[in-house]
Design a protein around this ligand. Structure first.
Ligand code: ZN
Length: 164
């Protein structure tokens, strides 16, 4: 939905964006649709400089996990991002979305997209897609930290580079 709005440079989400979202949600529930391949993100990263995903520095980089392994995040490619030592230590035990929520910032779209994809795939694997939240088991990601208010398309950040 955000992707479509950004592509068309819309100032507000219109009816068409909500139709896209409803179709995607229905398709995910019925398993007739998949989210875009993480390989798209990986391809994009080849064009972008190797830099901290949070502040953009190219110094003192290490591999960070979107969802910390201590919370059950996977030790595999789609959960990896580059982070500098300073951001890594500031983020501490929080996951990426909790950290952005604490900072009062909207997360970059590519990080949010990966986070949501990991969360949705986890729920599909565990058969939790139609589970009421209060009855769900402990989850490795923080559903309450996922933003519910989205900025206007022109205010979104794709990665660490502004979209404008
Ligand atoms: Zn950094």
């Amino acid at each position: 939905m955000a992707h479509a709005a950004v592509k068309k440079n819309e100032k507000k989400y219109g009816r068409i964006h909500f139709i896209i979202r409803s179709r995607l949600l229905k398709g995910l529930r019925e398993k007739t649709m998949n989210l875009g391949d993480i390989a798209d993100d990986e391809k994009l990263k080849l064009y972008l400089p190797q830099a901290c995903s949070y502040c953009g520095t190219t110094q003192n980089l290490s591999i960070d996990h979107l969802i910390p392994t201590k919370k059950g995040g996977a030790n595999k490619g789609e959960n990896f991002v580059w982070a500098c030592r300073i951001c890594n230590s500031k983020k501490g035990a929080m996951d990426i979305i909790e950290w952005y929520q604490k900072k009062g910032q909207f997360p970059p779209l590519l990080l949010l997209r990966r986070y949501l994809k990991i969360a949705i795939e986890f729920c599909q694997e565990k058969g939790l897609m139609d589970t009421v939240l209060s009855e769900a088991p402990e989850l490795p990601f923080s559903l309450s930290s996922i933003p519910t208010n989205y900025p206007q398309p022109g205010e979104l950040t794709l990665w660490i580079i502004e979209l404008r």
